[in-house]
Write a protein that binds this ligand. Structure first.
Ligand SMILES: Nc1nc2c(c(=O)[nH]1)N[C@H]1C(S)=C(S)[C@@H](COP(=O)(O)OP(=O)(O)OC[C@H]3O[C@@H](n4cnc5c(=O)[nH]c(N)nc54)[C@H](O)[C@@H]3O)O[C@H]1N2
Ligand SMILES: Nc1nc2c(c(=O)[nH]1)N[C@H]1C(S)=C(S)[C@@H](COP(=O)(O)OP(=O)(O)OC[C@H]3O[C@@H](n4cnc5c(=O)[nH]c(N)nc54)[C@H](O)[C@@H]3O)O[C@H]1N2
Ligand code: SF4
Ligand SMILES: [Mo]
Length: 886
């Protein structure tokens, strides 16, 4: 149980926005549990949330500002940045500078960034990583509703009779929400779940139906649904006549695109029977929620996909009522907060429109600011192209790692390398800070105060429970100090985030009178103590009420000029880049269960670093055979933009003709594991969101003359290694997986000594088998194991979990020395295989053995026997797959 000193805060990872209780223990560690009183999770947490305590140590943190790699005083760094920005603006105009920010900033930080750029510098060149994430949903919402409004709340997912997941791997990316759905389905088994995704994902586990559609064919699929709904007489004419417009044109476009079920089935590559079943279920069920995520948004047809989905809900009047509606699930903890403060280059604060002169006047009047941006700024991909072309001469990057996460990553790096002034605010060293001139150390989760808004418009507090390390400071403070040094004392005199929140809430209320969806009138007079105690609440929060709002559009009134929602005619379009003979496959990219984006935090947790430890490429068996790649072997992936190495996983879950690669690995964790080096920089024409899920690619076997692994306490010298990837193990050791393309000539010994950094005084154990080519070495310093290395030309390496235990011993005993040289543990130690259950560290092989032995034939029985699945439950879908596979 958490102690009385537990602080109530919010998880810094996904858009579910779970409440967390964090308690600092007497030994300095932090115990993290789910907050039973938070409406989003009601006490649950997933594997990432539960491991938060492991990620907050000070090791690796940035603790001092620096210029050109040299630590400096805060005042020096702040003045340097203020002067640099001022000079650039004076010489080249306001549009020569840019901010690139993030859905992982607090709303208060975000508000300050937007105000500084749009109201004081006078440019709208501020964009965010939400451009890569939700901007198609934003654009689709605005086309349909006149505002960026998420109509639904989490209870709608539980109350739906049919739940359609489109392009969402909810089981891995929003695990607590998935668990809520799992519980709802257990209590109402008649609830039907349908998954629309080219791959079979763990989220298919609850689904009655999986449509593995052809990548990018969603518009056609939903156009087919609209045409079907019309054929079946499912139009809600009462709703359409009073509350919507444009349905005739939308229906005409849909019919032209998708005349019949057989044509749609053929075009989308799904069976006619399954497609008909989906259409039938959707048509016959009133309570339908269509939840969508990156398989929809991250597409050159992203905005059209969003509107194709919304059209079907408007046509049937299924919106604004319990258990129904389109639901854009957000990725980052504060993607929604960023939208609320106008963090996108084409928006103003408080959901006001940059392109409306009246709105510009309103915001400038409220801010009493010297200027206001007059035209939309550059969107993320174009913004970095403008850095590359020299049009932008100074860029300030905050709480995001674009050198890893933007498409065409090698060009992004080149652009930053050539930019005269690159400022980066982060909590640790990243691939992006490596390219920065000025680095600001930011306070991180647990050290900063503010608010975030989750996927269902729920505003919650993040609260501090630890002091920041060294001189790290919150982002709002850093920006305020720079703004003041640029001569903008008037607008940036904040002394705490409560004052910023109050201004933000007051702007949302300013001359609103019910005309704008985003309205925090009821929170606009919070006293500091009330802000401190603020309970989670869903906006809008109208005057006096303080109750918040569960569901939007209940009265059928929308935020368009005529108050009607719009059905938007959309047509299927081919992606800009399609596979051809040279690049015959489609590269699809996304997430894995236990890593968060570029791994700067989850990569610091040993518990989260056991589920999947290497970048991989999932490929269908027929494609693998044709390409000559082996399961568990290495492959080189190439596109016209770049290349990488990945471990091959052959699986029928993959659609033939496409491969899936995770987005997480970067130069800190792998030699050549960045998938965004390969992704095409194509964007959706309306939203500017990149097409992360669709790049033509070729896959070649990567020959390996030898494979190996090393466990090290400190760094490994990887200069002479072709392939390496590392992950954090127990007892502070790093595990490296290694491979070499060329035959190793000569003795391993001298190479190994360099690799492991051996000194003359160190003890060196070594074993070499000339016949098999196997080699093992261990480095011991003052009796303690420092590092060990195992090489095998055949790639058949021993399991390594037992070796990590040797790093706990202050002195290595004789038996352990023997076992190191023998390459196997003393006594019998079970090979666990890959870890499936991260809470109890239970591996795949162990679970399979228990199932095969016959006494663990249900998820509950596995839990009873091995504990697996009884902690956070994030692995339950995988346990079910293992059961099904035996
Ligand atoms: N564990 C973990 N959780 C996370 C994150 C993380 O890094 N790690 N990141 C968070 C963030 S910021 C985000 S945005 C969310 C993303 O959450 P999701 O959108 O659920 O995650 P992705 O894996 O990016 O992609 C979802 C699915 O889209 C499918 N897809 C690809 N192409 C198509 C297509 O043409 N049509 C359809 N219908 N589907 C397609 C992919 O196969 C994939 O399974 O996750 C959040 N949660
Ligand atoms: N191929 C491919 N690429 C993708 C995607 C995909 O599906 N496929 N998805 C895209 C999507 S949806 C997203 S959201 C992006 C995410 O991509 P990024 O935003 O680049 O990824 P993160 O690793 O979350 O970066 C957050 C950074 O902020 C730092 N940080 C943490 N807390 C703080 C703080 O309080 N202050 C400051 N200043 N810094 C802090 C972290 O150390 C980290 O470096 O990736 C996009 N890229
Ligand atoms: S589902 Fe997991 S990652 Fe997402 S907010 Fe909840 S605990 Fe955090
Ligand atoms: Mo995202």
């Amino acid at each position: 149980m958490p102690s009385a000193r537990a602080v109530r805060t919010t998880c810094p990872y996904c858009g579910v926005g779970c409440g967390v209780l964090a308690a600092v223990q007497p030994d300095g560690t932090v115990q993290v549990t789910g907050d039973p009183a938070h409406p989003a999770n009601q006490g649950r947490l997933c594997s990432k949330g539960l491991a938060l305590g492991e990620t907050i140590g000070h090791e690796g943190r940035l603790t001092r500002p620096s210029i050109g790699g040299e630590p400096v005083e805060w005042n020096t760094a702040l003045t340097h940045v203020a002067t640099g920005l001022r000079q650039t603006i004076d010489e080249h105009g306001p549009d020569s500078v840019a901010f690139y920010v993030s859905g992982q900033l607090m709303t208060e930080d975000y508000y300050v960034a937007n105000k500084l750029m749009k109201g004081y510098i006078g440019s709208a060149n501020i964009d965010t990583n939400s451009r890569l994430c939700m901007s198609s949903a934003v654009a689709g919402h605005k086309r349909a509703f006149g505002s960026d409004t998420v109509p639904t709340c989490y209870e709608d997912l539980e109350q739906a009779d049919v739940l359609v997941l489109v392009g969402s791997n909810l089981a891995w990316c929003h695990p607590v929400l998935y668990r809520r759905i799992e519980a709802a389905k257990a209590s109402r088994p008649e609830m039907t779940i349908i998954v629309i995704d080219p791959r079979r994902t763990p989220s298919c586990d609850l689904a009655a139906l999986h449509l593995p559609l052809h990548p990018g064919s969603d518009v056609r699929l939903f156009n087919g649904l609209l045409a079907h709904l019309a054929r079946e007489g499912r139009a809600d004419f009462g709703f359409l006549e009073r509350h919507a417009s444009g349905y005739a044109a939308a229906l005409e476009a849909a019919r032209a695109d998708a005349p019949s079920i057989p044509t749609v089935a053929a075009a989308c590559g799904v069976s006619e029977e399954d497609l008909a079943r989906f259409y039938h279920l959707f048509a016959r069920t009133e309570r339908v929620v269509t939840l969508f995520s990156q398989g929809v948004n991250q597409s050159s047809a992203g905005t059209d996909k969003v509107n194709a989905i919304i059209n079907c809900h408007l046509f049937t009047g299924r919106i604004g009522r319990a258990g129904m509606g389109p639901f854009s699930i957000t990725g980052q903890p504060n993607a929604m907060g960023g939208r609320e403060v106008g963090g996108l280059a084409n928006m103003l604060a408080a959901h006001l429109e940059l392109e409306s002169p009246a709105h510009r006047d309103l915001v400038q009047g409220f801010w009493r600011s010297p200027v206001i941006a007059q035209h939309p700024g550059l969107k993320a991909v174009d913004l970095f192209k403008a850095v590359g072309s020299g049009q932008i001469k100074a860029i300030w990057i905050m709480a995001t790692n674009p050198a890893v996460s933007l498409p065409d990553g090698d060009r992004v790096r080149e652009a930053l390398r050539n930019c005269p002034l690159v400022i980066v605010s982060d909590m640790c060293h990243t691939d992006t800070t490596a390219l920065g001139h000025v680095i600001f150390p930011a306070a991180s989760w647990g050290e900063r105060e503010g608010t975030v808004t989750n996927s269902e418009r729920c505003i919650s507090r993040q609260r501090a429970f630890l002091p920041p390390p060294g001189e790290a400071r919150p982002d709002w403070w850093i920006m305020g100090e720079v703004a003041r040094r640029m001569g903008y004392e008037h607008g940036f005199s904040y002394t705490n985030p409560a004052e910023i929140f109050q201004e933000h809430a007051q702007l949302s209320a300013y001359r609103n009178e019910g005309q704008r969806d985003f309205d925090l009138t009821g929170l606009s007079q919070l006293k500091p103590g009330e802000y401190e105690r603020l309970e989670p609440i869903r906006w809008p929060v109208q005057a006096e009420s303080r109750q918040g709002t569960d569901r939007m559009f209940v009265d059928g009134r929308f935020y368009t000029p005529d108050g009607r929602a719009r059905l938007v005619p959309v047509r299927h379009r081919l992606p800009e880049n399609s596979p051809d003979e040279r690049y015959p496959l489609v590269l699809n990219t996304g997430r894995i269960r236990d890593q968060w984006h570029t791994m700067t935090r989850t990569g610091r947790s040993p518990r989260l670093s056991t589920h999947i430890t290497e970048p991989f490429a999932e490929i269908h068996p027929l494609d693998a055979t044709q390409l000559g790649v082996q399961d568990n072997g290495l492959a080189r992936l190439e596109t016209p933009w770049g290349q990488m190495l990945a471990r091959v996983r052959i699986t029928r879950d993959q659609r033939q003709g496409s491969i899936f690669v995770p987005m997480h690995w970067n130069d800190h964790f792998a030699a050549s594991g960045r998938v965004d080096a390969l992704v095409n920089p194509v964007v959706d024409p309306v939203s500017g969101e990149p097409e992360f899920k669709h790049t033509p690619v070729r896959v070649l076997p990567q020959p390996c003359a030898w494979e190996g692994f090393a466990l090290v306490r400190e760094d490994l010298d990887t200069q002479a290694v072709d392939y390496w990837v590392r992950s954090l193990g127990q007892h502070g050791c790093w595990r490296y997986r290694l491979a070499g393309a060329a035959e190793h000539t000569g003795a391993w010994s001298s190479w190994a000594r360099t690799c492991l950094g051996a000194c003359p005084d160190d003890e060196w154990l070594e074993y070499q088998d000339g016949g098999t080519g196997r080699y093992r070495a261990a480095l011991i310093r003052q009796g303690r194991l420092v590092s060990c290395l195992f090489i095998d030309p055949t790639g058949k390496l021993p399991p390594w979990q037992w070796l990590e235990g040797l790093f706990a011993a202050p002195v290595l005993d004789g038996a352990s020395r023997m076992s190191l040289l023998a390459g196997r543990p003393p006594g019998v130690v079970e090979d666990q295989g890959e870890i499936v259950c991260s809470c109890f560290q239970v591996g795949r092989k162990r679970i399979l053995r228990a199932i095969r032995e016959g006494d663990a034939l249900t998820v509950e029985a596995i839990g009873g026997k091995l504990n697996a699945g009884t902690g956070c439950g994030s692995c339950v879908p995988e346990l079910k797959r293992l059961l099904a596979s035996v």
